[in-house]
Design a protein around this ligand. Structure first.
Ligand SMILES: C[S@@+](CC[C@H](N)C(=O)[O-])C[C@H]1O[C@@H](n2cnc3c(N)ncnc32)[C@H](O)[C@@H]1O
Length: 288
C-alpha cells in the first residue's frame, strides 16, 4: 500500500490487506480489514459493499496502514478500537479486562431460554471482567438485577461504565471481592454464573502471543490448581444459591468437562452440558 501514484479504492485495500494479513499469519483477515475500514470511514458493514469503488484519501490510507501495523504486531483490534460486541451489545474493553469471547454467548442464550417465562431473577456473576455476562443477562431478562464481583478494581471500572452505557446501571452493583477469600453475600441468588480463570500452565504457554502479551494473565491462568475456582464456588453453594437455583460455569472445552462435572456432582444432582458452535463442551449447568 505504498505506491504514491496509485489511487487506492476500498476494494483495492480490501484485497491487498487480506493477502498481507494472511501472509503475516493473522486470523480472519477479511474480518480484520473490514473492521479497520469501517472504523476509519465510520461505516457499517453494508456500506463497505455498496461503496467498493470509493477512492481513499491519503489521511485515510495512513490511518488504515497504522491500524494494520498494530494488528500485525499483535495488538487485538478490540483493544486498538476500545470496544467489542457481545450478545448484540457494545462493550468497552481495554487491557484490564479479557476480551469477551463469542463462545460464551451459547451459555447466555441457553440461560435466556431457561428464564424466558421468569421475571425478577437475581444474578451473581463471579469474575465479571468487563461485565459482559451479567450486563447481557440483566438487560435481556425481564426485570432482572444482580451483583458482579471481580478481584480487579480496574476491571470493575470498565464493568461499571459498560453497565451505565447499556442502561443497566441501576440494576447491577459491582463489588471488588476475591472469591477465594472473602465473599459472603447478604442474600442468595437465583442464578450464579462464572467464567473463571481455568487455563493450565501448559495450555497458557501454548496460547497465541497476542493473547499472552495483551490480555490480563489473572483472567486466564488460575495458578497450579486449574480447578480451584470451580471447587470454591461449588463449596459456597449453600451461601450463594437459592434453594431452587441454577449454577452456570463456563469451562475450557470438552477436555475439562469430566473433572468439573466430578466437582459439581458433589453438591448437585441435575447437571446439563452446553456445547458451543465447534461442538466443544463450553458450559455446565447445575440445578439445585
Ligand atoms: C476468564 S475472565 C472472565 C471475564 C468475563 N466474565 C468474561 O466472561 O469475559 C475471569 C475474571 O475473573 C477475575 N478473577 C480472577 N481471580 C479472581 C478472584 N480470586 N476473585 C474474583 N475475581 C477473580 C479476573 O480478574 C477476570 O476478570
Amino acid at each position: 500500500m505504498s505506491d504514491k501514484e496509485k489511487t487506492w479504492r476500498v476494494i483495492d485495500v480490501l484485497n491487498w490487506a487480506k493477502d498481507y494479513l494472511q501472509e503475516k499469519g493473522i486470523e480472519s483477515p477479511q474480518v480484520v480489514i473490514e473492521w479497520i475500514i469501517r472504523e476509519v470511514l465510520d461505516w457499517n458493514r453494508m456500506e463497505i459493499y455498496l461503496n467498493h469503488e470509493r477512492p481513499l484519501g491519503n489521511q485515510e490510507l495512513a490511518q488504515i496502514r497504522s491500524y494494520l501495523k498494530r494488528r500485525v504486531q499483535g495488538e487485538p483490534l478490540e483493544y486498538i478500537f476500545g470496544y467489542t460486541e457481545f450478545m448484540g451489545l457494545e462493550f468497552k474493553v481495554n487491557q484490564d479486562v479479557l476480551i469477551p469471547r463469542h463462545e460464551t454467548e451459547v451459555i447466555i442464550e441457553k440461560l435466556l431460554r431457561i428464564y424466558s417465562d421468569s421475571d425478577n431473577i437475581n444474578v451473581l456473576d463471579i469474575g465479571c471482567g468487563s461485565g459482559n455476562i451479567i450486563i447481557s443477562l440483566v438487560k435481556l431478562m425481564e426485570n432482572a438485577s444482580g451483583i458482579g464481583i471481580d478481584k480487579s478494581s480496574k476491571a470493575l471500572e470498565v464493568a461499571r461504565q459498560n453497565s451505565r452505557t447499556n442502561g443497566t446501571g441501576e440494576q447491577i452493583t459491582f463489588l471488588q471481592k476475591d472469591i477465594l477469600k472473602d465473599y459472603a453475600p447478604e442474600s442468595k441468588f437465583d442464578l450464579v454464573i462464572s467464567n473463571p480463570p481455568y487455563i493450565s500452565k501448559e495450555k497458557y504457554q501454548e496460547l497465541p502471543q497476542h493473547i499472552k502479551e495483551h490480555e490480563p494473565k489473572q483472567a486466564l491462568y488460575p495458578g497450579e490448581d486449574t480447578l480451584k475456582y470451580f471447587r470454591r464456588i461449588v463449596d459456597l453453594k449453600d451461601k450463594i444459591l437459592q434453594k431452587e437455583g441454577l449454577l452456570a460455569f463456563e469451562i475450557g472445552g470438552t477436555y475439562q468437562e469430566k473433572s468439573v462435572v466430578e466437582i459439581v456432582k458433589e453438591k448437585f444432582d441435575e447437571i446439563e452440558i452446553i456445547q458451543d458452535y465447534l461442538d466443544e463442551s463450553r458450559g455446565i449447568l447445575a440445578f439445585s
